[in-house]
Design a protein. Structure first.
Lengths: 138, 121
């Protein structure tokens, strides 16, 4: 059994509706970490948007919820990942609300430019109730 | 110097260029407040950071009411003026003020490929 089949076995057993495209590595990934508690930011709603350069409007590409590890596998397909300006919207206020806490940031938006869609990009969010940081990873 | 500047803006910021280890001087930024009924952002002020990366007098005490605010930092233009590219065309920090009696410090530590912010006082 090759590695892809091995991984697929874990995922398909959890959600039989997930298609192959969703589990191939996305060229764009994220990872939410709750640095107040030292745990992954699980069950946070995030959305990915692409800026239409002609209309200057944001087009919603996908809305997801982070898994138990604070990640969203299969965020975007290689075919859909074109050069341009993207925005990742993290529902941080709702996340802390679900934990019974307040947060200074009702949401966090990270806007970034993809110049070479053949590269891999990692856009993590390290979050506490009163601070956050992000960086470009790979 | 007017009284609004003497008493100090209840919202302050400080932009630091962590890539070069200097204050981010002459970066354009703007402060906005959300109009909840119209669901639109109202521009309060547009400023450039000074040599120390700060913007005194962002908002007056009278203008500072509870609500949702946003500071937009023109980081892309800033790096461009230094002849460099950046991963982020701009940075927007959206935050909630529930108690307008407290002052609020919203700094930005920025490099070409990372940034962070925290709530200070």
């Amino acid at each position: 059994m090759n590695r892809l089949e091995h991984i697929r076995g874990h995922i398909v057993s959890a959600d039989k509706n997930m298609n192959i495209a969703a589990i191939l590595p996305s060229p764009l990934t994220t990872h939410v970490l709750n640095i107040d508690h030292g745990v992954p930011g699980a069950n946070m709603t995030i959305s990915l948007h692409h800026l239409n350069p002609i209309s200057s409007e944001w087009n919603l590409l996908t809305t997801r919820i982070t898994n138990d590890d604070g990640r969203c596998p299969g965020l975007i397909s290689k075919e859909s990942f074109i050069a341009g300006v993207y925005k990742m919207h993290f529902e941080t206020g709702k996340y802390w609300d679900a934990l019974g806490e307040t947060c200074f940031y009702p949401y966090v938006e990270v806007v970034f430019t993809i110049t070479d869609p053949l590269q891999k990009y990692h856009v993590p969010l390290l979050l506490s109730r009163f601070s956050y940081s992000t960086y470009r990873g790979s | 110097m007017g009284s609004s500047v003497k008493s100090g803006s209840p919202i302050t910021t400080h932009v630091l260029n962590t890539g070069d280890g200097v204050p981010a001087a002459r970066m354009a930024l703007s402060l906005h407040r959300l109009d909840p009924s119209m669901a639109i952002w109202n521009l309060i002020t547009t400023e450039n950071t000074n040599e120390d990366g700060r913007c005194p007098g962002l908002i007056t005490s009278d203008g500072f009411v509870p609500g949702m605010y946003k500071i937009r930092f023109e980081t892309g233009q800033y790096w461009e003026s230094l002849g460099k590219s950046s991963f982020y065309p701009y940075v927007e920090i959206v935050f909630t003020i529930s108690d307008a009696d407290q002052s609020c410090h919203v700094p930005l530590l920025v490099s070409r490929y990372s940034y962070s912010t925290y709530r200070g006082s």
